[in-house]
Design a protein around this ligand. Structure first.
Ligand code: GLA
Length: 499
């Protein structure tokens, strides 16, 4: 333990010198990244872009693929097996430097999102200015920046793709539905099917959004009264995820009773389940009625546990800490196919939710705060959706978003959310049991001064000698017994895995 402390005393300095970049560059040899398994329903369209880093070109092969699924340019496509069960596929990646293997399991059954979904959502950068080209560009950048090689897969449209009743903007006005009641996208989305085809052509998945109320939160038309048609339309357009945002549903709900809170989600959950493709449902109702207790039961795979992170007031600490701390306490409710969602990752260049017209700016977070943000989201098995400006991803932001060992914590097959081991004014310790028996531990400094943070074996519930690894710097820290202690910068975090 003391050895770690000694080594780490100097690390903050080195990090500063290296422009605060902690994550080493991925190795040139192939390394599989992201989830090791994927849940699909029987007989549904199947798509999975194999996340893998290493110098390009990479050549992939697969053995044990179920009939109906083929491998093309590093993308698995086709139709999932009709029979429920676990299909173990051996993936191999090769380049001029070496090769690597991974067993990837396709779990055909009823549970989707066996690991937290990863992707990007347009909201916090583009607001009501989103258009077809925004989404295409985001998809393209997701691949070109390398994010997709780490497992980022969903490219999601948020609010504002529909028409807006009463709008004076010609692009947003027009009949909200056709004579048969089919919802129209606004003029900025001339070809929704063409758009999802494009996203799918890259091996990525497409997400969209609506509200059970008559209007969405930005006052565009919602699904109320047309839920069945809208679910069908969303499926026909080829979407793979729906964020279903409460918004104006309060005007429709008969009361604030639990049954009324559940009702719109029960309905949409059933409707999505009935479509001929898998569509994840993300409940967005800000945690009302303890949604974490029933979000899965109504057909959701994830649920926002709090209000909007972008509107959260900073206290002594930036807003993500207070949102994250509220979410952290709900650790017992998360598991494979049912994730607590503390909202998106707002780092890099990002717009302002309070002043949506303003140009995106660099998030007002220190480098340490950004590492703490990502560490917390990884440990909490949160959906990992970036919502900053894709056209302006810089090296530092990618470095925070794309650390394979940090993402492994988030995507671990066991699917446990970290337990809150300790929370005081100055310290937070989170611990996440991993499938291989190791333990991922986050030491967060909520105080105003750099200092040592310690977690003892008694607190962590482990015994004996452990090998410790610094996940951000991807470095061995040596053997430790009795506890771990590291120096943690103000508002920063260290992420350690104990084997
Ligand atoms: C709500 C949601 C946000 C976003 C906006 C869109 O505020 O919580 O995440 O979807 O609506 O209007």
């Amino acid at each position: 333990m003391y050895r770690i402390a000694a080594v780490l005393m100097v690390l903050p300095l080195l990090a500063q010198e290296a422009g605060e970049i902690r994550t080493p560059k991925p190795a040139v040899t192939p390394r599989f990244q992201g989830p090791r398994l994927m849940g699909v329903r029987p007989g549904k369209p199947f798509l999975f872009r194999i996340p893998c880093t290493g110098e390009k070109p990479l050549r992939f092969t697969a053995s044990g693929l179920p009939e109906g699924i083929r491998l093309e340019d590093g993308i698995l496509r086709g139709t999932s097996p009709a029979r429920a069960g676990e299909y173990r596929v051996k993936l191999r990646a090769q380049n001029r430097h070496g090769r690597s293997e991974r067993v990837f399991t396709i779990v055909v059954g009823e549970t989707l999102a066996l690991t937290p979904p990863m992707g990007w959502n347009h909201w916090y950068t583009h607001y009501d200015r989103v258009r077809d080209s925004t989404i295409r560009e985001a998809a393209k950048v997701m691949v070109e920046s390398g994010m997709a090689d780490f497992g980022y897969a969903y490219v999601s449209i948020d609010d504002c793709w529909m028409n807006k009743p009463g709008s004076e903007d010609a692009e947003l006005s027009g009949p909200v539905r056709d004579v048969q009641g089919r919802i129209s996208a606004n003029k900025r989305f001339p070809d929704m099917k063409g758009l999802t085809d494009y996203v799918h052509s890259l091996g990525l998945k497409a997400g969209t959004y609506t509200s059970p109320g008559p209007l969405t939160c930005a006052k565009f038309v919602g699904a109320h009264g047309y839920e069945e048609q809208d679910a069908r339309q969303i499926a026909e357009w080829g979407f793979d995820l729906l964020k279903y945002d409460w918004c104006s549903y309060g005007r429709v709900a008969a009361s604030k009773e639990l049954a009324e809170l559940k009702k719109p989600y029960e309905l949409m959950g059933k409707l999505l389940r009935a479509q001929d493709r898998d569509i994840q449902m993300n409940l967005c109702q800000y945690g009302m009625g303890d949604v974490w207790k029933w979000g899965a039961e109504v057909g959701g795979q994830s649920w926002r546990t709090t209000g909007d992170l972008g509107l959260e007031k900073d206290t002594r600490l930036p807003g993500f800490f207070s949102i994250g701390l509220r979410n952290a306490k709900l650790w017992e409710y998360a598991g494979p196919g049912k994730w607590n969602d503390p909202d998106y990752i707002l780092i890099g260049w990002v717009g302002s939710a309070r002043d949506q017209r303003a140009e995106p700016r660099r998030a007002a977070l220190t480098a340490d705060e950004q590492y703490a943000y990502m560490s917390m989201w990884a440990l909490m098995a949160s959906p990992l959706f970036y919502s900053g400006m894709m056209s302006r991803l810089d090296e530092f932001t990618l470095n925070v978003l794309c650390n394979g060992e940090v993402i492994d914590v988030n995507q671990d097959t066991l699917g446990r959310q970290a337990r809150v081991v300790r929370l005081t004014e100055a310290e937070l310790v989170l611990a996440k049991p991993m499938e291989d028996g190791s333990l991922a531990v986050g030491l967060f400094n909520l105080g105003e001064k750099t200092g040592k943070i310690r977690a003892s074996w008694a607190e962590l519930g482990v015994k004996g000698k452990k090998k410790a690894r610094d996940l951000w710097r991807q470095k061995r820290l040596g053997a430790v017994s009795a506890g771990v202690e590291m120096e943690v910068s103000r508002h920063g975090a260290e992420l350690i895995r104990l084997h």
